[in-house]
Design a protein around this ligand. Structure first.
Ligand code: GLV
Ligand code: MN
Ligand code: MN
Length: 326
């Protein structure tokens, strides 16, 4: 089985389903259909759970490997997809292994699918593009993740008064967007000492050129390497998270198997969130393998890149890790 096929499938999925595959959209459905066909080709039994997560199982399948197929708007071809396609390849290389390949739903906007699992495996291994520049700077193709940073998401709404842009004097306005803009600068100032805070979505109502904004909602995404820093960030910014996950370590048999499969490989933290974070937090022994990002580590962008050579090494390492687990 060739690792080149993994790169070809990444290109095929990107070409067929596009660079924008929101969770539970037609585009994500199409990506799941494609992956289901590849799972069947690999001799796996295809099924779905109530959340729409896709499984390709063999036998008892108490060991899972996979990732997600949804994307951010205009995303790259590796984020998530690599972990699913590589796991299918690994499953085909291990014809006796009773395992499952899983494609979780809507990781980017939740994560939704991995949080709605009706059963949990005994072990989970995820392969993912690093989405940062640590491995590129070290000159290393692969890295073992030790822990995933904490993360919280929420929104804040600012109420003003919609009014005519040509007749309402400046001193009589209640401009919700001006209030929101002050808040966005406050969010930026609150992130310090390795913490990160981002406003990525602004919804303006009514959103017309000649109307003073009456209502604005902004999204808030915060990350921190430890739970106390995350709590501090939420308090200082002053918002109510709709979802929160404290940092989680990678641990147990999959983590040990990955380290044994990659002796001497660098260890690093993940600042990005992953389905691995959700499974680890639910108590599943979990490992996360990173493959080097090129182009300075850019991700959530079409510029995202890993080389076919690095991907080949990553598929070998994933296969060896799974082989050690069953
Ligand atoms: C997942 O892509 C994240 O937002 O960390
Ligand atoms: Mn991802
Ligand atoms: Mn992502």
């Amino acid at each position: 089985m060739s690792a080149m096929r993994v790169s070809e499938r990444l290109n095929e999925l990107y070409a067929v389903c596009g660079p924008t595959r929101p969770g539970y959209s037609h585009e994500e459905d199409a990506a799941h259909e494609l992956a289901a066909a590849w799972m069947r080709e690999a001799g796996l039994e295809v099924g779905r759970d109530e959340a729409g997560n896709l499984f390709g199982r063999r036998g008892a399948a108490r060991i899972w490997s996979g990732s997600h197929l949804d994307s951010v708007p205009n995303g790259g071809r590796f984020d998530g997809v690599l972990g699913v396609v590589a796991a299918i390849e690994a499953a085909e290389r291990l014809p006796d292994a009773e395992l499952a390949v899983v494609a979780f739903r809507a990781e980017e906007t939740g994560p939704m699918g991995s949080r709605r699992l009706s059963e949990l495996p005994d072990a989970f291994v995820e392969l993912h593009i690093e989405q940062g520049s640590v491995l590129e700077r070290l000159g290393e193709p692969l890295g073992v993740v030790t822990a995933i940073s904490g993360q919280a998401r929420g929104a804040k709404t600012f109420e003003g008064r919609a009014a005519h842009a040509g007749t309402t004097p400046m001193e009589e306005r209640a401009d919700a967007l001006v209030e929101a803009a002050r808040f966005i600068l406050h969010v930026e100032r609150c992130a310090a000492d390795g913490s990160l805070a981002t406003v990525g979505v602004v919804e303006i109502d009514p959103g017309a050129m000649n109307v003073v904004p009456g209502r604005v909602t902004v999204s808030i995404d915060v990350r921190a390497p430890d739970a106390r820093a995350l709590e501090r960030l939420i308090e200082t910014i002053d918002f109510e998270p709709t979802w929160r996950q404290d940092p989680v370590p990678m641990s147990g048999a999959p983590f040990e198997a990955l380290k044994a499969a990659l002796p001497g490989a660098p260890e690093l933290r993940s600042g990005a969130g992953h389905d691995a974070m959700v499974l680890a937090a639910a108590g599943v022994p979990t490992a996360l393998l990173f493959v080097r990002s090129l182009n300075g580590g850019v991700s959530h962008s079409p510029e995202e890149l890993s080389s076919p050579e690095d991907i080949a090494l990553a598929v070998d390492a994933l296969t060896e890790t799974l082989r050690r687990l069953y």
